[in-house]
Design a protein around this ligand. Structure first.
Ligand SMILES: Cc1ncc(COP(=O)(O)O)c(C/N=C/c2cc(O)cc(-c3ccccn3)n2)c1O
Length: 526
């Protein structure tokens, strides 16, 4: 692959060659609403219906005219964009709107959330990882203060002859020269074990096939082994739990249970008490699992996850980066399944399709105010993206939430069309998943296909990409795969999706299903 000028290639050489190999190697020249455009070899502008929309970042479409006009006004007004470490009231303006929405949408929502801004979704997740660790360390400090006080009381009691040291499973008192010596041996061993436990760092919980970003801490929460495994030594580990087996969650978390040793005097006898140690730092959850094929959480899973967090005492972090901002027909997808979070993350559409923005929200009962001056970023909370975010929130909330109703209605209409195709091709399509405009079609596994090209493509995990390539090439519609096996195709357009767009989409899907039913693997080859 070389650059158009034929010169050397310094960026995306591998990526661009691979995209071309699966039929997705197109450079788009213009974008508006749900349409991308490229210029073909005859110099003609070719429209493409976009169902990817920035992986769900464009609830109001590409270059929305109202948002672009607002951006121009903001820039013409010479808004201060980068004024870090000054009063930036737009941050609280956004947080105030978000809190009003959260009070409306969170079941039993009893409070306000503090906002910390970021430049990307993954960065918002990293902020939550850091803040959760502040919370956890405070719990550890409270525990170690208590154990230190108890140790001193034991020393005093034994020293004054008011207590003796009982036999215990942690230390063999061979050769001890008296009660004080026995106590010091016990305190030394308990201190060693406790120090080892405290130094381990937290374990985080997430759901299988989770996607929470690709930065150093957030990649540990993204289960995809290809993306995560090379980097597991860089940050805390994650215990991935099955969303479809909420009944197994308690037992799985119980396996992580561990104790701090507390040496204390009980009725004149020094004994060792095991105190629950807060090893679990947080539970990260997507209300609709994007990378798992747009699978919504069930109500049972939502209730169990909340119960696990309450039992363990860790924050429940609801990651609405993909599912939030109205995409599922409500501002928060978690409102559909009654999931209440301690933290929330938002990104993607809050940037209005032209800015980069993200926000992490922390319930006031958990928020550590010192975090405001501990975490910072040059570009976060900037004046331009904040102005865009306020415009996007205004558009979402306008006319009593008309945009949410449109997202729900368009999503139902699109899901109806996809489901109709699935019903006509039960041997090819497994299911249609998702809520609102966060949908996916899951194709049956083709690794046992009679067609060798199909079998090979499916075995390589490329089936979804090759289906996307065919739909683009022959139907001028842009989709991309999703799901752990890559055999699902995502549909996450803007609310401006028309009935004609839906009809085109249904027709393209029927064409793909016919190819798969006829095992015509060669047609998928670009
Ligand atoms: C729930 C959730 N939490 C954090 C993030 C990270 O946000 P940023 O991308 O803004 O850092 C995302 C953003 N999602 C990106 C995404 C989601 C997905 O399902 C697939 C791919 C992807 C990207 C490249 C190649 C293949 N797949 N990317 C998300 O969906």
């Amino acid at each position: 692959m070389s650059s158009p000028a034929g010169g050397p290639v310094f960026a995306d050489r591998v990526l661009n060659d691979w995209l071309s190999s699966v039929g997705l190697g197109i450079e788009y020249s213009r974008a508006e609403a749900n349409t991308l455009y490229y210029v073909d070899e005859d110099g003609q502008e070719v429209p493409v219906l976009d169902h990817v929309c920035g992986f769900g970042s464009l609830i109001f479409g590409h270059n929305n005219p109202d948002i672009v006009a607002h951006a121009k006004t903001v820039l013409d007004r010479q808004v201060p964009v980068y004024v870090q470490l000054s009063h930036q009231s737009h941050a609280n303006d956004i947080a105030a709107v978000l809190n009003a929405i959260l009070r409306r949408e969170i079941p039993g929502g009893d409070g306000d959330y503090a906002a910390i801004f970021a430049n990307s979704g993954a960065e918002a997740v990293e902020i939550c990882v850091k803040h959760a660790e502040l919370e956890r360390r405070a719990r550890v400090a409270k525990l170690t203060d208590e154990t230190s006080r108890n140790a001193e009381e034991a020393r005093e009691a034994v020293g004054a002859g008011r207590a003796t040291v009982a036999e215990n499973p942690y230390v063999r008192f061979d050769g001890a020269s008296g009660e004080s010596d026995r106590l010091e041996q016990l305190l030394a061993e308990a201190g060693r074990r406790n120090a080892e436990l405290i130094a381990r760092g937290p374990v985080h919980l997430a759901l299988e096939n989770a996607f929470h970003g690709k930065l150093v801490a957030s990649i540990q929460l993204t289960q995809n082994p290809h993306w995560r495994l090379p980097f597991t030594s860089l940050a805390s580990s994650t215990r991935f739990l099955r969303a479809d087996r909420p009944d197994e969650m308690k037992a799985a978390v119980e396996e992580l249970r561990t104790s701090l040793l507390d040496v204390l005097v009980d009725d004149g006898v020094v004994t060792v008490v095991e105190r629950d140690f807060p090893l679990v730092g947080a539970f990260f959850v997507e209300p609709v699992q994007g990378a798992n094929g747009m699978r919504p959480l069930t109500g049972a899973a939502a209730r169990e996850i909340r119960a696990v967090c309450d039992a363990v005492g860790c924050p429940l972090i609801v990651d609405e980066i993909h599912s939030g901002m109205g995409r599922t027909g409500a501002f928060l997808a978690s409102s559909h399944m009654g999931l209440r979070g301690d933290y929330y993350t938002l990104a993607k559409s809050i940037g209005g399709g032209i800015a980069k923005n993200a926000v992490a929200l922390f319930h006031r009962d958990r928020f550590r105010p010192e975090f405001e001056v501990m975490h910072s970023s040059t570009f976060a909370k900037d004046g331009f993206s904040a102005a865009i975010a306020l415009k996007v929130l205004e558009m979402l909330e306008a006319d009593d939430g008309r945009a949410y109703r449109i997202a729900a209605e368009r999503g139902d209409r699109l899901k109806g069309a996809l489901t109709a195709v699935a019903a006509d091709f039960p041997d090819v399509v497994d299911a249609v998943h998702g809520i609102g405009l966060m949908l996916a079609v899951e194709f049956k596994d083709q690794t046992g296909a009679s067609s060798e090209p199909l079998r090979e493509k499916a075995a390589s995990g490329m089936l979804g990409y090759l289906i996307a390539g065919l739909i683009l090439r022959e139907h001028r519609i842009r989709v991309l795969p999703v799901g752990p096996a890559g055999n699902s195709v995502r549909f996450e357009p803007s609310i401006y999706l028309t009935d004609a767009d839906i009809a085109r989409t249904e027709n393209a899907l029927r064409d793909v299903c016919t190819i798969l039913r006829d095992q015509d693997g060669d047609r998928l080859t670009p």
